[in-house]
Design a protein around this ligand. Structure first.
Ligand code: ZN
Length: 172
């Protein structure tokens, strides 16, 4: 660590606490945390399967807790069965998900950009359904076509795809 003129091998616990205090004292820690959070989210958000697993983990907690430990002021967000109420998906979430999923249905890969075919409708789907204690969160939303969304709604289980468009084709 350059700030205390020691190599990483020489650093002990007290040095780390001192370094942490220095960062905390001049707001550098807040800046560092914001930057790290933004970078980590950028990487993780690309991986739909990871997002599904993450949301399943959180939904298990919500299901287990039911309404027991939810603060009174947040209870208006929860239905009687313990699931979250449906909320309109904000435009910024739709734009981010559309961009991540490259304007194609995650399950059947139908083009939803409206550049070639204006009949294909974009649908924003909860990966872990609200009825399965899913969350209204950007990490739990994916792009589907109308047909896949209807099939998915009947199925009521968490479903996504790990197929991603390649950045390049090795054959060329
Ligand atoms: Zn589809």
């Amino acid at each position: 660590l350059l700030a205390i003129n020691k190599s990483l091998a020489e650093v002990d616990e007290i040095d780390l606490y001192d370094y942490y205090d220095k960062l905390n004292f001049n707001d550098s820690l807040d800046i560092l945390i914001k930057k790290l959070t933004s970078e980590v989210f950028y990487i993780l958000f690309q991986n739909r399967v990871l997002m599904m697993k993450f949301n399943q983990m959180i939904s298990d907690v919500l299901e287990y807790e039911k309404n027991s430990r939810i603060p009174e002021e947040l209870k208006m967000l929860i239905r009687k069965d313990g699931c979250l109420k449906r909320k309109n998906i904000p435009k910024w979430v739709k734009r981010a998900v559309f961009f991540r999923d490259k304007g194609c249905c995650v399950l059947c890969h139908k083009d939803l950009t409206n550049l070639i075919n204006t009949n294909n409708q974009e649908n924003y789907d909860h990966i872990v359904p609200l009825s399965q204690h899913g969350f209204n969160d950007i990490s739990n939303i994916q792009l589907l076509c109308k047909e896949c969304n209807q099939i998915n709604k009947k199925d009521k289980s968490a479903q996504t795809s790990d197929k991603y468009y390649s950045w390049y084709d090795e054959l060329y």
